[in-house]
Design a protein. Sequence first.
Length: 149
Amino acid sequence: MDPAETLSVLKKIEDIAMLAGIRGRVNEERMHFECGFNLPENRSQMVFVRVAGKTMTGGTVVSIFSPCHVVSTGFLKGLSKQSALDLLKRNEQVMFARYGVWSLEGNDMVVASADRLVDAMDHTDFHSLVWYTAIAADAFEKSQGADKF
């Protein structure tokens, strides 16, 4: 997908977010939509939306994601077996989102994410997706004793 088409999709996401009462902005440098959430216990969480690609029939898919843990690299570092199993168990308990490990900007990161077809997503769907993604990411981040994102 070319940059102009990606930007057009992100502007559509920005419009949907506005209708949902979600304040955010398109970051043209990183080519994503970004928004922040204030959560209970003075915690916060950032959520991003990026264009993930096209379906076999040409529909545009976006990924709504929120980082929640940077996986350390090096000798005796990384995600422990227990943490990996915990993420898999959490996947069965969380609504709308899922946990995974993404490689972003040279780092492996645990993220909560959800994918949706843009043309099938209205403002109420978007509202639920971004909030539940933020809540899921913050829950894992809190379990790690952090509030970085």
